[in-house]
Design a protein around this ligand. Sequence first.
Ligand SMILES: *Cc1c(COP(=O)(O)O)cnc(C)c1O
Length: 406
Amino acid sequence: MSTMTVTAFETPHILTRTTEHTEIPLSSPDLTAEDRERVLDILSGRTLSLGPMLPAFEEALAEAAGTRFAVAVNSGTSALHLCVKAAGLGEGDEVITTPFSFVASANCMVYERAVPRFVDIDIDTYNIDPALIPSAINSKTKALLPVHVFGRPCDMTAIGKIATQYGFPVIEDSCEAIGATFEGKKIGSFGHSGAFAFYPNKQITTGEGGAIVTNDERTARLSRSWRNQGRGEGSAWLQHERLGYNYRLSDINCGLGLGQLGRLQEIGQMRAQAAETYSQMLAEVPEVITPSLHPHNAEISWFVYVVRLQPEFTREDRDQILATLRARGIGCNNYFAPLHLQDFYREMYGFQRGDFPVTEHVADRTIALPFFNRLTISQIETVTDALRHAVGAIRRGSVNGAALPV
Ligand SMILES: *Cc1c(COP(=O)(O)O)cnc(C)c1O
């Protein structure tokens, strides 16, 4: 791999060679001097919350999402919760969603006593399989909550068709997909509402934070009230129109987000290039299935770079590979553990292994590799070399006696 050069890339300055690095983290936020300066400016002022940064950040977010409104909140989970409330979902309502996700995308309905109705995923995209949705629909079904997993857009044409046919609102969990597009339209702008998240491992960060994006004025207005203790617009500080929450995002966070958002396109390019480099280098590791880079009808916003081991490998093999990589200072993880197999979901709904076979097959074999804006070519080399050796060691130990393609 040391023969790899940067000449094949359009913007070689993004990926530079470095020699240091003993540890390579799974993710790493990318803050500029400008980001830090803006935050320091806010700290020097007197308005740390509900100040001018909030509407400025929201305006930029709505623009980035291609929606009329954006409402910033203190996490992606809070954003999803308010989307669920705004869609009027409650006790016993079933919401069709994916079991291959971060736990918040299902928890957000449980908060309102609605019920996640899981539908298995497509093995190539890891997103909910629209072909399986109709058979999950019954008289209690009230909404669809697709998740754009790892920043890869769901098939919003197929999902939109079902939603229109049955009159279901769509809530897009876009927490991993800011900047992605499907057939030229921005992810987050398809549904009744969409949620973004800005935890430090996401494409852009506010430290902690999230946002609801929507074209629906009522959803925006209610979300603004709910996040601020149920206060109405312009109502007195101790006047509460409805039961609300404290889901506010401080001006410190919003200021950071504003700077980060301004770099969204550049960040997207850096991450796409890192993904491309990984896939090129991993082309020589046949035990590993790499994510497809260029879906014909969508543009990915790369959240994480996740590979999958060939079917011959077991979950134990995968866990051993994770341990080997970690021992070599390489951050990695098993994105995702199936939601239906989390203790809480098993106990509450009686799910068991075997319920969603594609999700389980994928979840048992995935490895998220180090992935962040400033990942260097030599770091990618280090990771791919380590991965090659780790899978090779398992293979020599014979994987269930099965031969793997060379
Ligand atoms: C990150 C994420 C969220 C929200 O996370 P927060 O930590 O609450 O900001 C929700 N859904 C998915 C799929 C995510 O990846």
